[in-house]
Design a protein around this ligand. Structure first.
Ligand SMILES: *Cc1c(COP(=O)(O)O)cnc(C)c1O
Length: 341
């Protein structure tokens, strides 16, 4: 048995999802004529109470389009030091938008309204113009940690006072929504724009949605074309994303329960020094002295358990819809066996 915890991006389409993809009506989406893409964009916007949406090939593209549209070259973007937009998008903020970055030291990926307020530059010709704040919910490097709605609203208030735009990298936003029983429309009210991945825990093979006001999405559509993201009969992949939105949201709670079960077992395993708090579908743990994370990951791989060493002593496991209850049991017993060796 192979159990793949490397990421929630590794899922394969279910037979029902594939069937929906194979039978999707399609057209040329660059002409705005793909009925399935149009349905997906309308559903995404409607769920979050946003005016419009744009279907893109990746979450990197939706984030980078948002940053490009919201900034001018030389502006400064404020985000946590672990943010995906800064750490894992190939320097795209500089490359695509010509903007600089102010990094904040948050708590497991989450920054506070006070930190944001203190990071805004004064109106001074020497200083880059602060124009955009990017939050990430859930936080990937924070181990799937979630913001409270109150903190996000407080950060929006700071943005309103200072004339800043607030963008959300919601690659795993539905994990937060399900875990905390939130209303997606609250996100539409709190953020100017939101990026939502459909190819993470929701299980679609490809795609992300960018959500926002109609005039923003109109500008974003132009930037998507410039970035080479204008796709033609994209309805085939949009159908997988649509299926995921309609069928795979509530089941995320299963992944969260699996993550808690595994984390509880790891807490009592001598291989493990400590486990970060588990709030959603990600487990990050520190490996006990005597072994490096890379060594443990290699040993687990021999037993068919795939994970990532994300730091010299840290391992990350990500739950998703291709991990069954049997695989969870198998994983816990494998960890025990490796510890006993
Ligand atoms: C995965 C991820 C993205 C987008 O990644 P793509 O692979 O480009 O779709 C963005 N933000 C976070 C936090 C992510 O985990």
């Amino acid at each position: 048995m192979i159990v793949d915890f490397r990421s929630d991006t590794v899922t394969k389409p279910t037979p029902a999802m594939l069937e929906a993809m194979m039978s999707a009506p399609v057209g040329d989406d660059v002409y705005g004529e793909d009925p399935t893409v149009n349905r997906l964009e309308a559903l995404g916007a409607e769920r979050f109470g946003m005016e419009a949406a744009l279907f893109c090939p990746s979450g990197t593209m939706t984030n980078q389009i948002a940053i490009k549209v919201h900034t001018q070259p030389g502006d400064e973007v404020v985000c946590d030091q672990t943010a995906h937009v800064y750490q894992y998008e190939g320097g795209g903020i500089a490359f695509n938008a010509g903007a600089s970055v102010r990094l904040l030291a948050g708590d497991r990926g989450r920054v506070t309204a006070e930190q944001v307020a203190a990071a805004v530059n004064p109106d001074d010709v020497h200083k880059p113009r602060t124009s955009l704040v990017c939050l990430e919910n859930t936080s990937n490097r924070g181990g799937g940690s979630c913001y409270s709605m109150d903190e996000m609203k407080a950060i929006r208030s700071v943005c309103d006072e200072q004339g800043l735009i607030l963008h959300l990298d919601g690659a795993r936003l539905y994990n937060a929504i399900v875990a905390n029983n939130e209303d997606p429309k609250d996100y539409g009210r709190t953020f100017h724009t939101v990026s939502l991945c459909l190819s993470k825990g929701l299980g679609a093979p490809v795609g992300s949605l960018l959500l926002g006001p109609a005039d923003f999405i109109k500008r974003a559509r132009r930037v998507r074309k410039v970035f080479g993201g204008g796709m033609r009969q994209a309805g085939f992949i949009a159908a997988g994303a649509l299926y995921a939105l309609e069928n795979h949201v509530e089941r995320l709670s299963q992944d969260h329960a699996h993550a808690r079960t595994i984390a509880a077992a790891l807490q009592n395993n001598p291989l493990v020094e400590s486990v970060l708090p588990v709030e959603t579908n990600i487990i990050i743990f520190n490996v006990a002295a005597g072994k490096t994370a890379a060594q443990l990951v290699a040993q687990l791989k021999e037993s068919g358990i795939l994970a990532y060493a994300i730091a010299p002593q840290q391992v990350r496991l990500v739950l998703h819809l291709d991990i069954s209850p049997e695989m969870v049991d198998h994983t816990i017993s494998t960890f025990r066996k490796v510890a006993a060796n």
